[in-house]
Design a binder for this molecule. Structure first.
Ligand code: APR
Ligand code: MG
Length: 287
């Protein structure tokens, strides 16, 4: 999955690195979406404070605690209850991928492998009972200290069809969390390689069209007095003095929403799996 794999011992012997531990919690389930589409598995992730999707966990200081003690402390803060994770649940340790240049100045993680303060990631996977997963979800909202702060909310990965999974995988993830998710789903056979292939192929199509979608959304900021044509005047003046160049900003709300509709939303991207799901047929052949 990721380059730069390390053994636990190698990782802990590295001088001058920081460590972070994260875990994918999951369970089997008999639940059915709309009463007929098998959910099969519950896989938990979270919306982070930075708007990115990631796994629960955080920074750990091995000079003061074991990796698993530190992970347990982070889980208590983020999930609001104790979730014991053991060394046997460790899947891999590796260097965090280098951050894209645009995000390096705003992050304190300095995860480039050439940076003096490199970050080593320890990724765990833990299977639970469905009832325990529900407890986690409740506590994460009701008692977790980080709820609404460092964690904006827990969420379940939609695994019942290629189209819904592709939409989920099209979001933005922290570091290599998307790779950690995909590789875990395949390794644990929670999603078949066929469905994952369909989902990722669709995700690439969604990404190709999301530029159009984002440009349509960006045009809405001009309507509110900020942007290419609007920036020549102060935002306060914008609504009072619209220039002819402001044509796009003067479109009706109906026009604006039309420009949002990208091909990604069109039915031509619907996968056979999701198509059959919507008709009540089998969703996919994942395990
Ligand atoms: N892949 C790569 N990097 C990751 C991943 C991942 N899947 N998940 C998290 N990280 C990075 C984050 O970018 C962060 O730098 O690991 C570091 C620690 O993870 P967090 O869960 O964000 O840490 P936590 O202790 O929960 O929160 C502390 O406050 O000061 C900030 O930057 C600090 O993000 C950190 C947060
Ligand atoms: Mg965290």
């Amino acid at each position: 999955m990721a380059s730069g794999l390390l053994s636990r011992a190698e990782a802990l012997a590295l001088p001058g690195v920081r460590h972070a531990c994260h875990v994918m919690l999951y369970s089997d389930t008999d639940a059915k979406l709309f009463g007929r589409i098998p959910f099969r598995h519950v896989v938990l992730m979270q919306m982070r404070f930075d708007g990115l999707l990631g796994f629960s966990g955080g920074l750990v200081d091995p000079s003061e605690e074991t990796l698993e003690e530190g992970l347990g402390r982070e889980l208590l803060e983020e999930l609001g209850l104790a979730v014991p994770v053991s060394a046997e649940d460790l899947v891999e340790s590796c260097f965090a991928p280098a951050l894209p240049p645009s995000s390096s100045s705003s992050s304190s993680s300095s995860s480039s492998s050439s940076s003096p303060s490199r970050l080593v990631l320890h990724f765990y996977v833990k299977k639970m009972e469905e009832a325990q997963i529900r407890e986690v979800e409740k506590a994460a909202v009701c008692t977790a200290a980080d709820h609404g702060l460092e964690v904006m909310g827990m969420l379940r990965v939609p695994l019942y069809g290629a189209k819904s999974l592709s939409s989920f995988l099209s979001h933005s993830f922290i570091g290599n969390a998307r790779g950690q998710l995909v590789s875990s789903l395949l390794r644990l056979q929670l999603v078949s390689p066929k469905m994952m292939h369909q989902a990722l192929t669709l995700s690439l199509q969604v990404h190709a069209s999301s530029g159009t979608d984002l440009r349509g959304a960006l045009a809405l900021t001009e309507k509110h007095g900020w942007g290419a044509s609007a920036s020549r005047r102060s935002p306060a003046d914008a609504s009072a003095r619209r220039s002819p160049a402001d044509a796009s900003a003067r479109r009706s709300p109906a026009d604006a929403s039309a420009s949002w509709r990208s091909p990604a939303n069109a039915s031509d991207l619907q996968s056979p799996a999701d198509d059959s799901a919507s008709r009540g047929g089998p969703v996919d052949d994942s395990a």
